[in-house]
Ligand binder design. Structure first.
Ligand code: R1X
Length: 239
């Protein structure tokens, strides 16, 4: 039994979609054939079922890298080979509007967790086959949404303290969007021999001044999450 996920590894498919929100995991699982719950413990809710004839699991990992890392490590222990994160993120670029999608090719490691796992120069990169499969599935999707691919940033901070957010710096460096778990996923996948990728639905523009207005409960975002979930499912079964 996996300690925190409380999943029996025998029941765990090799291909997994992960997402932060347990409710989103249930929503994605409802699209699968023969879907059933695997387990539920803390923020980790898990389901299994079939997509296009292939067994897939859907597992929630909660908010932030340390908690998500527990999930990713236990999925590795359970024999998982491919993980795709279906997440949300704040945009850094005017061209990437709320409701659009971003496929992450790599993550800037501005989290605290990975610096306790690997040295500073160690990269956090998506598996190129997974990224490619996500791009191909996105191109074949009929969502009509704008889709971009590039570098994203992983931060630990959601509400800032006395220090400034590093948003402007990374915006200038061409980073597309900011979220809170990709670097943990990419580093742990590299360490444990899994293939990982990530697709993100943009929930607004990342800006400290706009934090009060942050509202991830919009129709526009729900539509983007629905689209990215279908894209990720199509991608995870072809790896
Ligand atoms: O990755 C970020 C985090 O899980 C995106 O949304 C959550 C914070 O609202």
């Amino acid at each position: 039994m996996l300690t925190n996920l409380k999943i029996d590894p025998e029941q765990l498919p090799k291909r997994v979609i992960v997402c932060g929100d347990p409710k989103r995991a249930a929503l994605i699982a409802s699209k699968l054939g023969n879907h059933r719950q695997l387990a539920e413990n803390r923020e980790y809710h898990s389901y299994a079922g079939e997509w296009k004839g292939v067994e897939v699991a859907i597992v929630s990992h909660g908010v932030g890298s340390p908690g998500a890392a527990v999930c990713f490590e236990e999925l590795a222990k359970g024999g998982v080979e491919v993980i795709i994160r279906v997440g949300t993120a704040g945009s850094y670029q005017q061209a990437i509007q709320p409701g659009s999608l971003v496929i992450s090719s790599a993550a800037v490691r501005q989290d605290g967790l990975t610096s306790q796992l690997v040295p500073p120069g160690f990269p956090a990169v998506a598996d190129r086959r997974v990224a490619e499969a996500l791009v191909e599935a996105a191109q074949s999707s009929d969502s009509g949404l704008h889709i971009a691919e590039g570098i994203t940033l992983t931060l630990d901070v959601f509400y800032n303290g006395v220090l400034e957010f590093p948003h402007k710096l990374y915006q200038k460096a061409g980073v597309l969007a900011v979220e809170m778990e990709n670097s943990a996923l990419f580093v742990i996948a590299a360490l444990r021999g899994m293939k990982a990728g990530s697709i993100l639905a943009i929930d607004g523009f990342a800006d400290a001044d706009l934090l009060e207005d942050y509202n991830p409960h919009t129709e526009t975002l729900a539509k983007a999450i629905e689209a990215e979930a279908l894209i990720a499912l199509d991608a995870v079964v072809v790896i």
